[in-house]
Design a protein around this ligand. Structure first.
Ligand code: GUN
Length: 285
């Protein structure tokens, strides 16, 4: 038996299609949802992500503007731009692409974004609301993962959920979203002992560590739902996830591919948050 392949590309297309209608509705009320995307420096991966985000805006009918700043940008210049965007009426969502060059203070930049415009849900206020189970915005990648789990057909309540990775962007908020859906959640990380045994307990396994193919088929419970958040470029240029797909696909019940799994979902969820941002700011006017 090989696993069902969960196509993030297809699920994302469906979500973007329904967002087009919501954008149409907002436009009929005189509101054009707007996203400002800020990129500092010339990291090639960040450039690809930012281009994909802009393209998705175009597809859906969201207005977007890009601020591509040089590697030498100072903290003060970047903060000044964020403050300007906070005030800008045609910008409902602000996204500062991470990572920033080393000389810049990411935390201070995130803390300066108006939480109402924080479509990444990185601001401490939004992180706190996620923790309390009362989010305005869901963090894009974890929210995309939840949609893919839903697509697999599994009911999360009571299931053993294992998240491998404890980053602020994915692992930690992912664990909160699974807990909110009544999963029994374990978070694994670099100091975890017996990673294999813990992973093998999982009915739902989410892997987000950024290490190519560290999860192999022998670490997966037969029939489990496996969501691979990793995106790693091998020396031979091949793009692979954190899961070794070829061995995992023979054990899992459902699995996401890389590429075409979580990646497109992150962008679809960003679009969803941007539309929501326009709706929230329409109501608070
Ligand atoms: N870098 C990697 N993932 C993300 C993301 O979801 N948002 C932003 N702003 N930067 C990222």
């Amino acid at each position: 038996m090989t696993a069902k392949i969960i196509s993030g590309k297809q699920v994302a297309a469906r979500i973007k299609e329904s967002l087009k209608n919501e954008v149409g509705l907002l436009k009929s009320k005189g509101i054009l949802p707007g996203l400002a995307v800020v990129i500092v420096g010339s990291d090639p991966a960040s450039r690809i992500y930012v281009n994909s985000k802009k393209k998705a805006c175009e597809e859906i009918g969201i207005y977007s503007e890009e601020y591509a700043l040089s590697e030498e940008t100072t903290q003060e210049e970047l903060l000044r731009l964020v403050r300007t965007l906070n005030e800008k009426k045609d910008v409902h969502g602000i996204l500062v692409q991470l990572p920033l060059p080393n000389h810049l203070n990411e935390k201070e930049v995130i803390n300066t974004i108006n939480p109402d415009k924080d479509v990444d849900a990185f601001h401490p206020i939004n992180v706190g609301k996620i923790m309390l189970g009362e989010p305005d915005y869901l963090p894009c990648t974890p929210a995309g993962v939840m949609e893919l789990i839903k697509e697999s057909g599994i009911d999360i309540a009571g299931k053993e959920c294992v998240v491998v990775g404890r980053s602020n962007i994915v692992g930690k908020p992912q664990a909160m979203l699974l807990l909110q859906q009544h999963g029994t959640v374990t978070i694994c990380h670099s100091r975890t002992k017996n990673l294999k045994e813990v992973c093998k307990r999982a009915d739902i396994l989410v892997v987000a560590v950024g290490k190519p193919q560290i999860i192999t088929g022998d670490m997966i419970k037969p029939g489990a739902v496996v969501i691979d958040v990793g995106m790693n470029r091998l020396e031979n240029r091949k793009l692979v996830g954190d899961v070794e797909f070829d061995s995992a696909v023979n054990v899992a019940g459902a699995i996401t591919p890389v590429p075409g799994g979580v990646g497109p979902m992150t962008i679809a969820m960003l679009m969803k948050n941007t539309v929501k941002a326009a709706q929230i700011q329409l109501l608070s006017k």
